[in-house]
Design a protein around this ligand. Sequence first.
Ligand code: GDP
Length: 300
Amino acid sequence: TQVFDTLQDRLATVFKGLRSKGRLTEADIDATMREIRIALLEADVNLAVVKEFVAAVKARALDAELSKALNPSQQVIKFVNDELISILGGEARPIRFAKRPPTVIMLAGLQGAGKTTLAGKLGIWLRENRHTPLLVAADLQRPNAVNQLQIVGERAGVHVFAPEPGNGVGDPVDVARRAIVHAEAKLYDVVIVDTAGRLGVDQELMQQAADIKAAVNPSETLFVVDSMIGQDAVNTAKAFDEGVGVDGVVLTKLDGDARGGAALSIARVLGKPIMFASNGEGLTDFDMFHPDRMASRILG
Ligand code: GDP
């Protein structure tokens, strides 16, 4: 599957036009910047990010005196590549593990974002990186959520800590706390806490996530978001950052994202790194997010 089809195609066309030109005048550069701007806007990239992006590429293009350059189109492509990497967050940002295990990773986000699936994916990924993860079912909002995490845990071959059935509704803060004690006793070194999501941002959801966070003191609070919702992803991320505080973003469903607006906006607007990307329903369709690799894929 191709990510960001539209953007990739548009930029390819822009660069093709440049290559046939040879030398580039200032007017050529202006025209190119207009086309790049339209391409980014059509990809649903945040307007402020688009402006900044275009201004940065243009400044470098003018500075490089492309009318005298030997390979002007190659240079423009390089500037675009550099700037894409920059808005995508620069360097990949690895998990910060706690000095004293267990490292707690809390997952927050809306219902359907892909948190439960991500818990399994992250569990497998951690195990492959020589950790011993424990998944924690602290989503007690939906009747089936605990069960779903248990199924994902089984598929992933990662243990799940869940409240005992028949104990009434249960308190997610209490479950999360007991999970940490359990992890310490049983020597799990990473605890992944799955929290409840709602269809929209609401006060109760935020408070619950904030309470869980205060109780378990996570090393990483990851905001999990469906990249296909575009700019709504950015707005929701802001709400979670204000309400709960997030350290990084996980983009899910990148496999179905034909535009790329969320991916290309969220790190810059939020000022927080995209740490992981999820790109499929299979539990191994997952990896750390590498801004440089993503930029290369966009530029084809
Ligand atoms: P939660 O409500 O946040 O826990 O979301 P789930 O983990 O239950 O995921 C919601 C739906 O999205 C499920 O049908 C998942 O199979 C699907 N899903 C999750 N991640 C991805 C992904 O990266 N790509 C695709 N195509 N589907 C995904």
